[in-house]
Design a protein around this ligand. Sequence first.
Ligand SMILES: *Cc1c(COP(=O)(O)O)cnc(C)c1O
Length: 360
Amino acid sequence: MNFSGGPGALPASVLRQTRDAIEALPETGLSVLGMSHRSAWFRGVLDEAEQNLRQLLQIPDNYRVLFMQGGSSLQFSMLPMNFLRGHAAGADYLVTGYWSAKAPTEARLEGITRVLWDGAPSAYKRLPRADELQFSPGAAYLHYVSNETVEGLEFKAPPGLPGVPLACDMSSNLLAAPIDVGRYDLIYAHAQKNLGPSGVTLVILKDEFANRAGTGLPTLLDYRTHIAARSNYNTPPVFAIYVLMLITRWLRDEIGGLDAMAALNQRKSESVYAALDAHPETYVPHADRVDRSRMNVAFKLRDARRDHAFATAAKALGIHGLEGHRSLGGWRASLYNAISLAEAQTLAQWLQDFACEAGA
Ligand SMILES: *Cc1c(COP(=O)(O)O)cnc(C)c1O
């Protein structure tokens, strides 16, 4: 059982298909690792991945679906390079955790950058309430992170003002549940947490917003290059995009779509939080209850001297990847889509058992 924060677990059926595809793809008889990015086969993979995503997320027709490289960290730079450079009114940022704190640093290189709310003084234990935010009506955009992967905080609804473009880093919760894509102007998510292996970053971009991008950008850092080339300008990560496509099939055919996925994710996280809450003498969850993430459950042991015993017991049971992010320490159970309900329940049961043993 792999509760790693990222790269995250992938479904067993997708891993089996991937193993076979490395030897020989059923469609071509060649290894996926040696397939040309100019082949009709790969065009088909790009098109199917896009179509499946359009269907799963109900993406409106006036949005482009792009497969890019550079991870979400490059999006921290590309967003302001394309849309903030030279903008008189600047951009708004919410800093709600480790990842969203990195975005304004890149934006400041390009233009006026306002941090509307900074959760650092409250140790990133909570998200801002609506009455704590004063948005800027003329801003180039508002940027936020929908799920803080390290601290385990998740927005339940998008913040922002109607009329101000909304840009969101959904790296750790895209495809975990349905979203209203039409509310956003730009969504990005690298694959390695919830969508596939590392190497590809998904960008969903509204046409009207893309048209506002500035000029004079390096070719590869201009979103319009990737729109015009339909994600095949230079050699894309063929393998990562193939596996991402398999994930979209799995979500559609084996899970039954995002409503079904959301219901499972809800039950998974409820069972793990319930185990922590049942033993306040042993566990200290990081996030305030109302802002808890369905994807990443961050917590500490009340008695840090038990950390070693906790790690040893987890390993003995085949429970892996629970170490917290290096910036926060403690423990974190990441319950990405590929984690089954049974696996989450096994973890929850063991958390209860460990607490009872500790108390005995
Ligand atoms: C992991 C993570 C990142 C960093 O992504 P890279 O692809 O490694 O650059 C950015 N944002 C969020 C929300 C993350 O969870």
